[in-house]
Design a protein around this ligand. Structure first.
Ligand code: FDA
Length: 513
């Protein structure tokens, strides 16, 4: 304890020195465990990483200015203290706010300004903004501009956009990272570079390879997308008794091929049937159509008549209202998008997530086995999401950005289990369930490598050592997230951060170490 306290004291002294030399005031920027705001600043949506980690950050620093970030880098290097960068704190494994060795958190929440240019349809946005704040800001400026990114409004731009960013418009407009047209990044020397001065290699790396390994992303310039003033949404659920299995089976043959204005996402849960009293599968087809209902209905009737979609299922609204709808916040005011506190379906809980990619439709026998796993878990606590690919995602080659999951992938599976009580036996039970499920799925999903989505971070795939990590060790997880792009990411890392200052359990290692 005393050595941790010494470390804490030295770091604080170093920061105060650095702040004094730039006339900065640390009182609203630096928080130690004795500070009343420390605990609330530390809060993250997923309680699991914290519950298994013995260490708390020595300090949380919430800079307003670039020189304050530079001071954290300086002290972190000088004292050999690990630094974790956090924008929205939604990392599935908590890598932005936990560490096995003494560390400080650089929390970018105060970097949250945005400037929207409706003429050239671009936006400069700082990384501490959340998706909800970004969507709200764009909608205030225009009814026909939007950004293609994830569904949960409290996700931060820093981690999300640099790591990919899949959302309800991804079949029409691909992922968030594909729309980065410039960025400001602070490197390990405290210098700020933009697209021109960082060079195309680093600019390539931060468009899907995550920011973590390469520097601190301060801001992105984003290309916005054009949308119709009215869009259509629906959520239609079918149970096993209503042919859910054959609908899911059929869905696999159309979801990546249907008109790319349609994103037909599938959510699967096991729920007790009020009629039969047994557990039944609920397949909820959740859709955004970039157009009016009268145009959507004939397409659905032609391509997926088995679903039996009718006019009454469809709701027309603006794109920004659809952001509320998909976040499960339909009856709230738009201003709830400005809140950083996860609510409703995204409220704080213990969570473990994993991902897979499917190249060949899963046969009915395989689906039935999946249902058995869902029935095994506590009701409502386990969920599968099938997110369709195809469309604009295929407009990019596998190597154009580090995000390699392009043509040939029909859909991504997201496995999630949540629970709300602490304790090791609960943790073990749920972790064991999701890992068994994942191994059951091996014959049905992509192979060599078994692909995974970097933004659904999963330490089960492999981790680095705290010290030196070889290419071979990191490639165990790296090839799964990035395919062959992993090799280029290692080359970029070797060039821009050879001393491996920016690191965590799944950061890209430099070759020299
Ligand atoms: P956080 O701050 O935890 O950072 C994540 C990682 O990026 C960490 O390694 C961190 O160090 C690094 N990082 C953060 N800011 C950085 C910066 N400025 N510079 C350099 N490195 C930085 N994904 C998706 O594609 N679609 C979706 O719909 C959703 N929905 C969703 C819902 C919920 C409830 C959760 C918990 C997660 C998702 N995600 C998602 C996954 C999400 O995209 C992923 O967790 C992002 O990394 C979160 O970004 P944050 O900035 O919030 O995380």
């Amino acid at each position: 304890v005393s050595s941790t306290q010494d470390h804490d004291k030295h770091f604080l002294e170093c920061l105060i020195d650095q702040f004094q030399s730039s006339n900065a005031d640390p009182s609203n920027v630096v928080y130690n465990p004795n500070n009343a705001s420390y605990a609330s600043l530390l809060l993250a949506p997923n309680l699991r990483p914290e519950s298994t980690s013995p260490l708390r950050p020595l300090l949380i620093v919430t800079p307003y200015y670039e020189h304050e970030i530079r001071a954290v880098i300086y002290c972190s290097k000088k004292l050999g203290t690990q630094m974790r960068v956090r924008s929205g704190g939604h990392d599935y494994e908590g890598l932005s706010y936990i560490s096995g060795i003494p560390f400080v958190i650089l929390d970018m929440r105060n970097f949250r300004s945005a400037s929207i240019n409706t003429k050239d349809k671009t936006a400069w946005v700082e990384v501490g903004m959340t998706l909800g704040q970004l969507y709200h800001t764009i909608a205030r400026h225009s009814k026909t501009l939007a950004f293609t990114a994830g569904v949960c409004p409290t996700v931060g731009l820093g981690g999300h956009i640099s790591g990919g960013g899949y959302g309800m418009m991804s079949r029409k407009h691909s992922i968030a990272a594909d729309h980065i047209i410039d960025a400001k990044v602070m490197n390990a020397d405290g210098h700020i570079v933009d697209r021109r001065s960082m060079g195309e290699d680093l600019f390539w790396a931060i468009r899907g390879g995550g920011g973590t390994s390469f520097g601190i992303v301060l801001a992105f310039k984003l290309q916005l997308v054009t949308i119709p003033e009215t869009v259509t949404v629906f959520k239609v659920s079918r149970t096993s008794e209503q042919n859910a299995t054959s609908l899911v089976h059929k869905w696999q043959y159309i979801a990546d091929r249907i008109d790319q204005n349609i994103l037909l996402r599938l959510f699967l849960r096991s729920i007790t049937s009020p009629i039969h009293g047994n557990r039944t599968i609920h397949a909820t087809f959740t859709t955004l159509y970039l157009g009016r209902a009268h145009d959507l209905l004939p397409i659905m009737q032609e391509k997926f008549p088995e679903l039996g979609l009718v006019q009454e299922d469809c709701i027309e609204m603006s794109w920004i209202e659809s952001a509320l709808y998909f976040a499960g916040l339909r009856n709230e005011s738009l201003d709830i998008l400005l809140s950083r506190t996860p609510t409703g379906i995204f409220a704080r809980n213990y969570l473990k997530g994993k991902s897979d990619y499917v190249r060949q439709p899963i046969p009915v026998t395989g689906l039935r086995g999946m249902w058995r796993f869902l029935h095994e878990e506590d009701e409502h606590m386990a969920e599968l999401q099938f997110s369709p690919y195809g469309g604009a995602l295929n407009d990019y080659s596998e190597s154009e950005t580090p995000f390699a999951h392009r043509a040939g992938f029909i859909f991504m599976i997201h496995y999630a289990v949540t629970w709300n009580s602490s304790g090791n036996s609960e943790l073990e039970r749920h972790m064991n369930w999701i890992r068994r499920f994942y191994s059951y799925m091996a014959p049905y999903v992509s192979k060599n490598p078994r692909a995974a989505y970097f933004n659904y971070r999963d330490l089960d795939l492999g981790t680095n050592n705290e010290g030196n990590t070889s290419y071979a060790q990191a490639s165990v997880w790296g090839l799964k997230y990035f395919g062959n792009n992993f090799n280029r990411l290692v080359r970029v890392k070797t060039k821009v951060d050879p001393s491996n200052f920016f690191r965590n359990e799944q950061s890209i290692p430099p070759l020299s170490l």
